[in-house]
Design a protein around this ligand. Structure first.
Ligand code: ATP
Length: 261
């Protein structure tokens, strides 16, 4: 099994703060990972490293076989799909939903003079259908609900047929119905053997879609535990990462956590 991500001793420092401290993490083909941790643990920073948008201060990060610092990141980035709130803010509200997905083929936001072939058009259509937003293809992106936007963002992140898909808090800001629809769509994505390797960042165990296989639990800047989901997602590990006594429940493929009393 080949390694998709291989982080060794990855440390990120800013001024006197250590934001990531000696992170060792290996992700292999076929795996679906959750990265879970409290606010400020370093999850977004970790995603910046594994999306080739930040270099570690020390340690080595090898992404899809290429080590940061020894590779042209502009060649690496199209192989890694990323969906995050920061990227979503750059999507023009007046663009049609179809073009929001299509323009990812050129790594741009906003259609201009690029020409797209029929295969691109078909792929954008198929991705919108896979996330149940194909009926919105002619609408402008700015008119969509938050839940619809999230699904369009993930379709866009898949447009380049990436080998690795990174999702930073995809359910943030969704109501219960929107969250459940998204969890269902991500569960289907996880079950599809043609899907890329998936890494989903969240604060909430309730947002873990069925079918995800592994968990990296991040405490303050450090890995609390990492490995197969059912082994790692224990009350002890979660309590240590979040700094309060918690109980964890599991049923029907879903997870629930609450304060221990
Ligand atoms: N450029 C920077 N300079 C100093 N501190 C930073 C910088 N960037 C991030 N931090 C700090 O690093 C810590 C980790 O930030 P990061 O955004 O990675 O955490 P996170 O786990 O994604 O948090 P959240 O769940 O709240 O989004 C935070 O305390 C943040 O304030």
């Amino acid at each position: 099994m080949s390694s998709v991500l291989d982080l060794s001793g990855v440390t990120v420092r800013r001024g006197t703060s250590t934001i990531l401290d000696s992170v060792d993490w290996q992700v292999n083909e076929g795996e679906r990972w959750i990265v879970l941790g409290p606010n400020g643990a370093g999850k977004t920073t970790l995603l910046s490293i594994v999306s080739a948008r930040m270099h570690p201060t020390s340690g080595t990060a090898t992404l899809l076989g290429s080590t940061l610092g020894h590779v042209d990141v502009f060649e690496l980035r199209p192989r890694i799909g990323l969906s995050s709130a920061a990227l979503a803010e750059r999507l023009p509200g007046h663009e049609t939903v179809r073009d929001v997905v299509l323009t990812a083929a050129y790594g741009v936001t906003g259609r201009w003079q690029e020409s797209y072939d029929e295969l691109d058009e078909q792929r954008a259509k198929d991705l919108l259908a896979a996330f149940d937003v194909d009926h919105l293809a002619d609408r402008t992106y700015g008119t969509l609900s938050e839940g619809e936007r999230k699904r369009v963002q993930i379709a866009r992140a898949l447009m380049t047929d990436p080998e690795l898909l990174l999702l930073d808090e995809p359910a943030a800001g969704l109501d219960l119905g929107g969250r459940e629809e998204l969890v269902g769509a991500l569960s289907e994505l996880a079950a599809d053997p043609h899907s890329p390797v998936l890494v989903l960042v969240t604060h909430h165990v309730e947002e873990i879609p069925p079918g995800f296989t592994h968990l990296l639990l991040l405490g303050k800047a450090r890995i609390q535990a990492a490995g197969p989901l059912e082994e790692v997602l224990t009350a002890d590990n979660l309590s240590a990462a979040f700094g309060l006594p918690l109980v964890v429940m599991h049923g029907g493929g879903r997870w629930l956590a609450r304060a221990a009393r």
